[in-house]
Structures are given as C-alpha cells and as structure tokens.
Ligand binder design. Structure first.
Ligand code: PMP
Ligand code: GLU
Length: 398
C-alpha cells in the first residue's frame, strides 16, 4: 500500500536536539564513552518535596481525567507565582496547563496562526518554533542576530520585519540556544515597536526564567501598552528539574486561553494528574532548590566559557542565562582530518561526535549556520573532559 503521509507532517523536520541526544545514547549503548552536551535538560533530580507530592497524589487517588486546562488549584498556584515573581495579574481562567511548555507553545501557535500568516522569529531560535509554524501553514520570517550583537535583535530590525501579514512574534529570553537575556530597556524598545502594530501578537517563551545570571527576570508582558497582546509560555521543566514530568503552561488573554483550551480538549485532554500535583508543590513549596541549581549552572557557565575560550578558532560570548553556550565555529570550515572535510557546522558537530565523542547540536538546527550549541547542564567533570576532547579534536583539523 502507498505510504501516505500528510504534506503537513512530511514538511516537518525532526527535532535535531532530540535526534542528537538519541544518537549519543545509541553510541553509549555500543560501549562508547560519549559526553552528551546536546539535549538541554537539568542533570539534577527532581527535589524531594515535589516527588513526595506526587506520591501523595497517587495515594490520594488523583487518577481520574483532569480538567482540560488543568486543576484549578494548580492554575491558582501559577497565578500566585506570576504575581509574586513577575508582578503580573492573571486569573486561573487565563491559564492553560499542557504536557510541557512545548505543548502549551504549540497549542498557542495553532490557536493564533492561519495559513499564510507571517510569524517573526528572531534567530538563533529554538528548533521547534519554525516547525510549529510549519504545522499551521504559516510563514516564518527569521530575523538574524549574530554573536556580534549578542544574539539579540534590535527594535529597528523588528520594525523592518513587520508587514501587514505579520500575526505573531515569538521571543525567547533567556534564550535557547544562545543564553542571551534581553534587558528591560531592550524589551521596552521592542514593546514600543509592537505597540504600533495592533494586529501583532507576541509569545514570550520564558521557560528559562529562573536560570538567569544578571538579576531579576524581565518579561515582555510587563509593558502595559502591549499587555493584552502577550502570551507567556513557562513551566516546571527547567526551573525545578522536571523535564520528564511534562508540565508547562500558557498564560494569555482570556479569549486566547479559551481557544487553547478548546483545542486541547479535542487533542490531548488535561495533562497528567500526578504530574500536575507535583507541579503544584513546585510552585507552592520552598524555592531554595531553584536558587541552588541556578548557582550550579552559573559556576558551570564560568567553567565551560573559560575552557572554550582557550581553544583557538572558537569565538565564545558570555551567555547570561539558560544553560547553553553557542560558539561561532566558521574558522574550521574548509579544514580536514583524514577523509573528513568540515564544510559547515553540521559536519563539525558530527566530527566532534565521532572523533571527540562529545555530542553537540549544529547551529543549522537553530536557523543559525556557523555555530554549534553546547549544553552545560552536566557535571564539572564531564565539562572538563568534554572541553579537553573538543580541543584535541579541533587541533587535528588542518
Ligand atoms: N521552549 C524552549 C526555548 C525550550 O528550550 C524548551 C525545552 N525543551 C521548551 C520550550 C519546552 O519545554 P518542555 O520540556 O516543558 O516542553
Ligand atoms: N529544550 C531542550 C533542548 O533544546 C530539550 C529538547 C527539545 O525539546 O528540543 O535541548
């Protein structure tokens, strides 16, 4: 029989971050000692009090379907978090909890974008944004910001990218894959531009909110002139080391939250009951664990940046948030080792995997050729070894 796959899914690229991580797991299974700096997830275990809440939820029979937008108690906890930490007022009706921030984000893009609508995506950008837009039949308009501008777009660049067809902007700060963090003034300048264009909506992906080395998190939603046109994406995956629990949310204007909830009701239903109770404990419980992990990431940031800067040919800026570093690697293009020729960042990432046994992700996957991404959410020992191996492998290219 003909293998009939819809054009929608055929047009979709697989997730490069997850693919690289899978490849590294396969090599490991063959007995090869691979250091995996590809996928971005905290290496810490979920804090004990959060795990206890999940145990309790099982014992207390939280085993039935959950409300489509999430338990009211969790949505209340999220509203309290938004008020406490971000000074933003939301009602529980404006929150829709999904299976991870990725799901909440995809739901929101689906609810907003029609075929032909333009979606502005500053690049480097996380792998899934363009693909989510592809699913809707929308058109991604990428706006590049290289290392020379700390990977952040300017208000003038944004203004230039907006057309009558622009429906949405997706902005990520702190950023995956660059670790760049927009300052209050930089966000304000972007908000001023957005305010001039009534039909343009914004998704602020704030999943790395708590992994920030420059101080208070700045949200695009804080600017009153665009407040009713911003949806915040966030969740427990990164801040509380809960990637596998799959709880994220969108906080949005009511009309949009209702649309997202309708979509979710037909598509996946409410998120896992046990994971929601765990997430509730994360938001309502002690927050010291978040700070402890942030400090560990900061120390590792300094460690890896220091070591990478010692490697000739790599151009490395200092990331101010998240747990990624995004060096520029074009100095190695055109070089070879034996039969292997490095023509681009994908070749380099594959070379590092095969030669150094270090898994990274090519910049290409983030719409940013010429770079590679390393996640430093791993032990100091792994980071030290990985940097040594990368240095040795790159030194063999001539
Ligand atoms: N946005 C960005 C920028 C991310 O890096 C991730 C992590 N995969 C997500 C969203 C999705 O997070 P989650 O694991 O909660 O789906
Ligand atoms: N956000 C993580 C990353 O970029 C997890 C993988 C994914 O969901 O793409 O590595």
């Amino acid at each position: 029989m003909t293998q009939h796959i819809s054009s929608r899914v055929r047009a979709l690229a697989p997730s490069a971050t997850l693919a690289m991580s899978q490849m590294s797991a396969e090599l490991k299974a063959q007995g090869i000692d691979v250091i995996n700096l590809s996928v971005g997830e905290p290496d810490f275990f979920t804090p004990e009090h959060i795990k206890q809440a999940a145990h309790r939820a099982i014992d207390d029979n939280f085993s039935f379907y959950t409300p489509v937008p999430g338990y009211l108690s969790l949505r209340k906890a999220i509203c309290e978090k938004l008020l406490r930490e971000n000074d933003l007022e939301f009602t529980p009706e404006q929150i829709v909890v999904g299976n991870g921030a990725k799901h909440a984000l995809c739901n929101t893009v689906m609810a907003l974008v029609n075929p032909g609508d333009e979606v502005i995506i500053p690049t480097p950008a996380w792998v899934s944004y363009v693909q989510m837009v592809n699913l809707t039949g929308g058109v991604s308009v990428t706006v590049p910001a290289g290392i020379e501008q700390d990977f952040k777009i300017t208000a003038a660049q944004l203004e230039q990218a907006i057309t009558p067809k622009t429906r949405l902007i997706i902005l990520c700060s702190p950023s995956n894959p660059t670790g760049s963090v927009y300052s209050h003034d930089e966000l304000k300048a972007l908000a001023n531009v957005i305010a001039q264009h009534d039909n343009v909506f914004v998704i602020a992906d704030e999943i790395y909110e708590h992994i920030n080395y420059v101080g208070r998190h700045e949200s695009l939603a804080q600017f009153s002139e665009i407040r009713d046109r911003v949806a915040i994406i966030n969740g427990v995956s990164k801040a509380y080391a809960m990637t596998g629990w799959r709880i994220g949310y969108v906080a949005a204007p009511l009309w949009l939250a209702k649309a997202v909830s309708k979509l979710q009701g037909q598509y996946t239903s409410g998120a896992s009951s046990i994971a929601q109770k765990a997430a509730e404990a994360a938001y309502n419980g002690p927050q010291e664990c978040v700070e402890t992990m942030r400090q560990a990431f900061l120390r590792r940031r300094d460690l890896i940046v220091g070591m990478l800067r010692e490697i000739p040919g790599l151009k490395v800026n200092v990331p101010h948030g998240a747990f990624y570093v995004f060096p520029e690697v074009s100095a190695f293009f055109g070089l070879r080792h034996g039969d292997t020729i490095i023509n681009n960042d994908t070749d380099l990432a594959m070379y590092l995997l095969r030669q150094a046994h270090v898994a990274t992700v090519s910049g290409e996957a983030f719409c940013a050729p010429g770079y590679i991404r390393l996640s430093y959410a791993t032990s100091d020992d792994n980071l030290i070894q990985a940097a040594e191996r990368i240095k040795a492998a790159l030194a063999q290219l001539a």
